[in-house]
Design a protein. Structure first.
Length: 178
């Protein structure tokens, strides 16, 4: 809504963003700081909230990048923590072909603001959609020049882009085209 009226009412949009964004961004950071794997232990529906957070952050990056830019280093760290925390669950539920491999719960129907596809792969897609423009911002470049952040990010991307059981079943079932 603010994006559609910002050219006509720039001062009102700026004032609204300055008032609304800090509490929302703080809430996002607090929610993302909770261990994602622990959340899954209680309910897979929490994934939907995380998906919406990353979609919202991505929208801010494209529409109001200055509002989210100062928090990007922290969001990137929280993103890496989320991906690291969920990796064992992702492997066991989506990649493993062992007989005892777990099957992820069926996605719940859309319940208002919660994403319809509350799955780990849905969350990973939302995270990658957020990370793609986020890592290109100037204020986060130093994160990747020091320490092992770049190495960790590349490793996590490779881990999450493995062929899943669903991918295999689609390939075997003939649901692919060259």
């Amino acid at each position: 809504m603010l994006e559609t009226v910002r050219d006509e009412h720039p001062q009102a949009v700026k004032q609204a963003l300055e008032t609304l964004c800090p509490p929302w961004f703080n809430a996002f950071q607090q929610l993302l700081a909770i261990d994602a794997a622990s959340e899954l232990a209680t309910s897979w529906e929490h994934i939907g909230i995380r998906i919406e957070i990353f979609r919202t952050l991505n929208t801010f990056l494209s529409s109001f990048p200055r509002m989210v830019a100062p928090q990007l280093p922290n969001y990137i760290q929280l993103t890496l923590s989320t991906l690291s925390s969920l990796l064992p669950v992702f492997i066991s539920h989506y990649v493993s072909t062992a007989a005892e491999a777990e099957i992820p719960p069926s996605p719940t129907p859309d319940v208002g603001f919660v994403a319809q596809q509350s799955t780990i792969d849905g969350l990973v897609c939302a995270i990658f959609d957020f990370l793609t423009p986020a890592v290109r911002r100037e204020n986060v470049q130093s994160m990747f020049e020091e320490g092992g952040v770049l190495r960790e990010l590349v490793s996590l991307v490779l881990d999450y882009t493995q062929v899943t059981r669903t991918n295999v079943s689609h390939l075997i079932g003939g649901n692919w085209h060259i």
